[in-house]
Design a binder for this molecule. Structure first.
Ligand SMILES: *[C@@H]1O[C@H](CO)[C@@H](O)[C@H](O)[C@H]1NC(C)=O
Ligand SMILES: *[C@@H]1O[C@H](CO)[C@@H](O)[C@H](O)[C@H]1NC(C)=O
Ligand SMILES: *[C@@H]1O[C@H](CO)[C@@H](O)[C@H](O)[C@H]1NC(C)=O
Ligand SMILES: *[C@@H]1O[C@H](CO)[C@@H](O)[C@H](O)[C@H]1NC(C)=O
Ligand SMILES: *[C@@H]1O[C@H](CO)[C@@H](O)[C@H](O)[C@H]1NC(C)=O
Ligand SMILES: *[C@@H]1O[C@H](CO)[C@@H](O)[C@H](O)[C@H]1NC(C)=O
Ligand SMILES: *[C@@H]1O[C@H](CO)[C@@H](O)[C@H](O)[C@H]1NC(C)=O
Ligand SMILES: *[C@@H]1O[C@H](CO)[C@@H](O)[C@H](O)[C@H]1NC(C)=O
Ligand SMILES: *[C@@H]1O[C@H](CO)[C@@H](O)[C@H](O)[C@H]1NC(C)=O
Ligand SMILES: CC(=O)N[C@H]1CO[C@H](CO)[C@@H](O)[C@@H]1O
Ligand SMILES: [Cu+2]
Length: 637
């Protein structure tokens, strides 16, 4: 008994002693860099004048204080999100602007102050303002823990990280208006110029022979997924998105933006040969593939720098059965399948055009439109109205969840592209996920059928970012045990800006009643600086049920027109089609078949259009503009 008490006391003491506070003082700025060796410099976002941004490495239980100052000289706002962290009792530290916080205006400082009591492993952080993080405002966030199930000295010898990104020779600020444009009616995403590992095209990782490395693979990009493999090496997956899992040996992974895989890699005893580390972009995500684009980036696993240079390595197949399926991973803590849901949120993913001709992304019929006052700020000011979902507006796509609800999210992807979805504030269970059923079926989206699905796993895989396949579906579950406002969105930054997001307001009364969830002084100050009220609803009205003046999405295309027909019509009214097409998004890329590609996406006969002299006749029905649109929601081939 005495011994037990002593042990308990020492445990308590050691945890008190070891919990540290890590303080960072960061100011954003710009610099021009050539990361891919192309000879061309592109503006990137710096931290205290430096690039890349520093990694944060802490122990479980530690506190993080980041004083983030907006040092931009071009009037841009900023914010910071800590991807995958639950932010228990600190929802306002989560980052997404106009969801949990007011944007940080020029010259302002926001203090991100939070503790990480119960998470371990590989995370990252990034701006949550516009597509800003794609310009470099991001870094790794690693949480160590002496109780981590895989131990240094026993299971591995050394650890290190590899980050993945796409790289553009233009900033997001330059690309976004061209992407969200009438002249890009199919929503074709800008094509990157290169794909980088650790911010370079030529990474060399010098390894020791006969050594086990804990390797953190982290996709900190904003668009493309990769297949990752190392020539002639296997590895064991031990963690996905910060969830330790039972070992699973594989030789290839597929990693979407925002996902993390932690693996154990044992090097060979023989040092006479070096091997290729391969980062193959999923070319199915690219609307067009320029001839000079290097889609299989080749890096080096070096046993000895005097060995022969490595060549690109190949695999026979990139089909689903050729790489690890994360669906079958089992969390080490074996969390049972959550019970029957108390609430189900079922959404169809659709890409389509609205009246202004821009291609948007929708959950059902809503494209997320940022409110005038951040949702969390309006929860705190709403008093008893806070539980009424209607006060959060008709276009923020907000749902109110009761404390401890089991929530089921069903995502039916009616689009022909993959989408990696991320939920803030939780790791969800992936209870069902359909497989892509082959190109022959790809025009018929398959919705989730609650009466006809595979048996749910007993211990489902858990993570915070998972992709739904093209024309397919997935079912996620989590327990609403974390009062806060949590964004659920596609992590492809282009698609988030197109509106592929919804908002979960979890236990709003619990948020209001928690003294730690009240707005901090620095938060109130950044709101005041931008004239954002802290006692108003999303429409900036002090009567919370009054939504007059709220931000709403564009109206639909006029009746009698199909979306793309309408776009083609607007196209033709403004000027000659071919001339406009060349200044469209495609014009950024050096390819020869621009018109052909656009025409194929639009399903229009460009030559017929161009020859048609009455092109600018204002009252043409869409059918006469040569449009064969079936109101299809897909944006891609
Ligand atoms: C952060 O750095 C800036 C510029 O060096 C300085 O003015 C400011 O006082 C620092 N803030 C903190 C909290 O250390
Ligand atoms: C910064 O945020 C404020 C408040 O939401 C907004 O009015 C302003 O347009 C934003 N600035 C930029 C450059 O987007
Ligand atoms: C950070 O938050 C904690 C808990 O709310 C508070 O005690 C502490 O004073 C805050 N730190 C700073 C520097 O404001
Ligand atoms: C890649 O970058 C990470 C994080 O900055 C660093 O820890 C790691 O050592 C780098 N990896 C290699 C192989 O250089
Ligand atoms: C890229 O890698 C895949 C798989 O090894 C291979 O099938 C394909 O031909 C490669 N493409 C190029 C351009 O090397
Ligand atoms: C490893 O993954 C495969 C599928 O990729 C699955 O069939 C198997 O059950 C997994 N094993 C463990 C121990 O997770
Ligand atoms: C297992 O880990 C997940 C993710 O961190 C957590 O939500 C869950 O509560 C844990 N379950 C148990 C039984 O400890
Ligand atoms: C979306 O559909 C709902 C239900 O049919 C309807 O009430 C709402 O007005 C629609 N919203 C928009 C923006 O079309
Ligand atoms: C909100 O309303 C207040 C008071 O009418 C006004 O000062 C402020 O500019 C408004 N803010 C926005 C974002 O509309
Ligand atoms: C930054 C850098 O060294 N880039 C080089 C990487 O390798 C490619 C192809 O081998 C070269 O073209 C780049 O210049
Ligand atoms: Cu997406």
């Amino acid at each position: 008994m005495v011994k037990f008490t002593a042990l308990l006391t020492s445990l308590v003491l050691s945890s008190v002693v070891s919990a540290a506070t890590h303080t960072y003082n960061w100011t954003t700025g710009y610099d021009d860099r050539d990361l891919d060796g192309s000879g061309e410099k592109t503006r990137i976002i710096t931290c205290n004048g430096e690039f890349p941004w520093p990694n944060i490495e802490i122990n479980k239980g530690d506190t993080v204080n980041i004083y983030l100052t907006n040092g931009f000289d071009d009037n841009k706002n900023t914010s910071m999100h800590f991807h995958g962290l639950f932010q228990h009792g600190s929802s306002q530290m989560d980052g997404p602007e106009m969801v949990t916080q007011c944007p940080i205006g020029p010259g302002q400082t926001f203090l991100y102050n939070f503790t990480v009591p119960d998470q371990v492993g590989s995370y990252w952080y990034h701006s949550h303002t516009g597509g800003q993080y794609m310009d470099g405002m991001r870094g790794l966030f690693i949480i160590h823990d002496e109780d981590y199930p895989y131990k240094q000295g026993e299971d591995y010898d050394e650890e290190l990280s590899l980050s993945f990104t796409e790289y553009y020779h233009s900033t997001t600020y330059e690309l976004m208006p061209k992407f969200l444009s009438l002249y890009n009616p199919t929503g074709a995403e800008p094509i990157p110029q290169n794909f980088l590992m650790n911010n370079t095209r030529n990474l060399t990782w010098e390894v020791q022979p006969d050594t086990t490395y804990l390797l953190r693979l982290i996709n900190i990009g904003g668009f493309t997924s990769y297949w990752f493999f190392i020539e002639d090496h296997e590895f064991d997956v031990i963690e996905v998105d910060g969830i330790p899992v039972e070992r699973n040996t594989t030789d290839m992974l597929y990693i979407t933006v925002a996902q993390r895989y932690t693996v154990l890699l044992k090097t060979k005893k023989d040092t006479s040969k070096n091997f290729a580390i391969m980062q193959l972009v999923d070319t199915g995500m690219l609307d067009i593939q320029p001839d000079d684009l290097i889609v299989n980036a080749t890096h080096t696993l070096s046993y000895n720098k005097d060995n022969e240079e490595v060549d690109e390595a190949f695999v026979d197949s990139l089909e689903d059965d050729a790489f690890l399926d994360d669906f079958y991973l089992t969390p080490i803590n074996k969390t049972e399948l959550y019970g029957e849901p108390d609430i189900e949120i079922s959404v169809d993913v659709v890409m389509d055009n609205l009246k202004n001709g821009i291609n948007y992304a929708f959950f059902n019929n809503l494209t997320y439109t940022a409110p005038k006052v951040p949702i969390l700020v309006s929860v705190l000011g709403a008093g008893d109205d806070a539980t009424n979902a209607a006060i959060y507006g008709s276009n923020t796509h907000s749902f109110v969840l009761d404390k401890d609800d089991i929530v089921q999210i069903v995502v039916n992807n009616q689009d022909t592209g993959k989408h990696p979805f991320h939920l803030h504030g939780h790791a969800f269970q992936v209870v069902d996920r359909d497989h892509y059923s082959g190109p022959e079926d790809s025009d018929e989206p398959k919705a989730y059928d609650e009466d006809d699905h595979a048996e749910f796993p007993q211990y489902p895989m858990m993570r915070d970012t998972v992709y739904v396949r093209e024309n397919s579906n997935m079912v996620l579950r989590f327990k609403a045990d974390n009062p806060g406002v949590w964004f659920f969105h596609c992590h492809i930054e282009w698609h988030l800006e197109q509106g592929l997001a919804l908002v979960l307001i979890e236990d709003p009364k619990g948020i209001q009643e928690d003294p730690n969830q009240q707005l901090t002084e620095s938060h109130k100050a950044v709101c005041a600086d931008l004239n954002i009220a802290t006692n108003a609803n999303v429409a900036n009205n002090t009567v919370f049920t009054d939504l007059s003046g709220e931000n709403v999405q564009q109206p639909p295309v006029p009746s009698g027109f199909t979306a793309k027909g309408y776009v083609a019509f607007v196209f033709s009214c403004v000027a000659g089609v071919l001339g406009l097409i060349t200044i469209s998004i495609y014009g950024l890329i050096d390819i020869s078949n621009v018109e052909e590609k656009v025409a194929r996406d639009l399903d229009i006969d460009v030559h017929k259009l161009a020859e048609d002299e009455s092109l600018s006749n204002e009252k043409r029905p869409s059918s006469e503009v040569g449009v064969v649109d079936d109101n299809s929601s897909s944006s891609r081939k």
